[in-house]
Ligand binder design. Structure first.
Ligand code: GLU
Length: 606
């Protein structure tokens, strides 16, 4: 049987029943752009993209393929996705020409409360890293229920069929690349705290070797059990029991140096989990119809409000410095409003119609000074003010930056499209692998504010029983004359919103191709004194002009969990599809960020 012994940090030694075997053969290379017909997939890994393409070739719909991609990402991209997490599924149905969404966000256990992240011993909120690596931060996972709902609505194949590719990859294993090893390095100290996590991801007590094969037979068995017994095996059955045990008493390894906070989830919370079919957010922008994710995500409203503000200016006629200045200032304003008004709309009254109205956009746009960046955080607008420039009230902080998630896109031969962002929150989630089950649990509840942030105004994002934490995920589908034009999205915590916005502006206003719009250097202004940028953004010819307008820039390259751990300063990992004439699709992902994306089409164009 598997035994484990924990030594400090990375020096740990583990005897394992898994995993890294010698080289399984040269891995095929990733291609960030593919052009063709008959369906397309862009996702983070080769195996997940291939799983989707295989299902499409067998006659599956975009929804079928999306489930196969997501399940396979649970194997090959386990630090950002999988059964232990949640996400948002946005779907365009070619027959009805309608965009619909499924909210598969994690929920707060019934025992949760607005003060659940306050340490009773001190009366102060728990430190963020303490809450992340704990049972307390684990939300009731919505992933599997999302897959089931998507297949009910738009699938041709069964869940069992769509899990097959993932089961094969989990059984056979996948080739560890430099990105996977690097992501493991960033998490090695906390993974070592949990026996099942270390067994799986620190084979032999070490970082997995690039070129070795990582197998996950526990996850293959978990998927098989779900394939045989249905989702009840998870939402109330054996798998659920194991999830609850791991949450309530995080399974630390002998000799662990942390004592994780226990979580509140019960089997009833799991049995009671429901996805929600939601109407998408909608704005029209320069003749396009932009559909996004409504609350519990703040993505659709914040991207939409920013676009409404920007539509008041002719960005394409401006010089690039001015265009980027307006992009940054619009998102600054929209983030102020996000902080004040957006939370789970089943719990708080979100003024969605007002926030997405042209009248409000006009009021907010008059706050932009073309000659100067705002010196810091701006106050939220007054949604009742009716087209006037708002009087100053207290400024609110913007969203924090999260790290990693994944976004993928799929289309099929019939013209259906899926834009699906899913996550376990931090890279590595809570760090807790459910023993014997092969997947990590999320830490999604740390997306709640731990204490009120809005001064005298109510904070819309405090935990309550059953409530979904506010997300930034922004899976987006853009139509032109009722037909798909773009599908796009990204990971990156609150930077997701600015990444999606920037790609739309790059593509629609600045005339870039979709691959260029994705590859371009990114900047993220989230109502803060400094704008977070990638190093390459500072090298752009516009950077000096923006600085002359008062913008100041910061590069983030350390982990939010441990400032001594270096991470990549990249912002987001986007993927997208663009639909051109005669059924042709351009499938585009990242050429470089996080090791690049894997794009593929069913029939490549010649
Ligand atoms: N939990 C984050 C959200 O829902 C996503 C995490 C990330 O992308 O880093 O907004």
């Amino acid at each position: 049987m598997r035994t484990r012994r924990l030594a400090p940090a990375l020096g740990l030694l583990l005897t394992v029943g898994l995993v890294t075997a010698p080289d399984a053969g040269a891995a095929p290379t990733k291609v960030p752009v593919a052009i063709g017909y008959g369906g397309a997939v862009v996702s983070d890994t080769i195996e997940s993209t291939q799983a989707g393409i295989d299902i499409l070739k067998k006659g599956g719909t975009a929804a079928d393929a999306a489930v196969a991609v997501a399940a396979t990402l649970g194997v090959t991209d386990p630090y950002v996705a999988g059964l232990g997490g949640g996400g948002y599924f946005v779907h365009y149905d070619a027959r009805s020409r309608k965009v619909s969404t499924i909210d598969g966000r994690e929920t707060t256990p019934q025992a949760g409360s607005p003060t659940m992240f306050v340490d009773p011993a001190t009366g102060q909120p728990h430190a963020f890293p303490t809450a992340v690596t704990s049972g307390l931060g684990v939300g009731v996972p919505g992933m599997l229920a999302t897959w089931e709902r998507a297949l009910d609505r738009w699938g041709r194949f069964s869940l069992r069929d769509n899990l097959k590719p993932a089961i094969n990859v989990a059984e056979r294993g996948f080739t560890v690349d430099a990105t996977f090893r690097e992501q493991t390095r960033q998490n090695a100290t906390r993974f070592a705290q949990f026996g099942a996590t270390a067994e799986l991801f620190l084979p032999g007590g070490r970082l997995p070797v690039v070129g070795s094969t990582l197998r996950n037979p526990d996850l293959a068995d978990t998927y098989r059990e779900i394939a045989r017994h249905g989702t009840d095996a998870f939402y109330g059955g054996d798998i659920g029991d194991d999830v609850v045990a791991a949450v309530q008493e995080p399974p630390v390894a002998p000799g662990a140096t942390i004592d994780p906070l226990p979580g509140l989830m019960t089997i009833d919370d799991l049995a009671g989990y429901r996805t929600i079919d939601r109407r998408p957010t909608h704005v029209s922008y320069r003749g396009y119809d932009v559909y996004g994710m409504a609350p519990s995500s703040s993505g659709g409203i914040t991207v939409g409000e920013s676009l409404n503000i920007l539509e008041r200016y002719r960005l394409s006629g401006m010089d690039r410095v001015q265009a980027l200045h307006h992009y940054l200032e619009a998102s600054r304003l929209a983030f102020a409003d996000r902080g004040r008004y957006i939370g789970d709309s089943d719990y708080v009254d979100v003024p969605q119609r007002e926030l997405l109205s042209d009248r409000f956009a006009k009021q907010r746009a008059c706050e932009i000074d073309p000659d100067a960046a705002a010196p810091g955080a701006v106050p939220p607008g007054d949604v009742t003010a009716g087209g006037q420039c708002a009087p100053d009230t207290a400024a609110t902080p913007g969203g924090s930056q999260g790290f990693h998630t994944n976004h993928f896109v799929v289309s099929d031969r019939w013209g259906n499209v899926v834009s699906y962002t899913n996550t376990i929150e931090q890279l590595g989630g809570s760090g807790i692998v459910v023993p014997g089950r092969g997947f990590l649990l999320n830490n999604e509840l740390t997306d709640f504010n731990f204490a009120p942030t809005q001064g005298d105004a109510p904070d819309p994002n405090l935990a309550e029983p059953g409530k979904r934490p506010r997300s930034s995920m922004s899976p987006t589908i853009v139509l032109k004359h009722g037909k798909p034009f773009l599908a796009v999205g990204s990971p990156g915590g609150a930077t997701i919103i600015t990444t999606v916005l920037q790609i739309l502006v790059n593509r629609i206003d600045l005339g870039m191709s979709l691959p260029d719009a994705i590859a371009a250097p990114r900047a993220s202004q989230r109502n803060a004194a400094t704008t977070q940028v990638e190093p390459a953004f500072l090298a752009l010819p516009e950077a000096d002009g923006l600085a002359a307008l008062g913008h100041s820039f910061a590069i983030r390259d350390t982990s939010p969990l441990d400032p001594t751990i270096k991470i990549s300063p990249d912002i987001g990992v986007a993927s997208g599809l663009e639909f051109t004439k005669h059924g042709k699709v351009i499938a585009a992902g990242e050429p470089v960020r996080r090791g690049g994306s894997a794009a593929a089409v069913v029939h490549p164009a010649r």
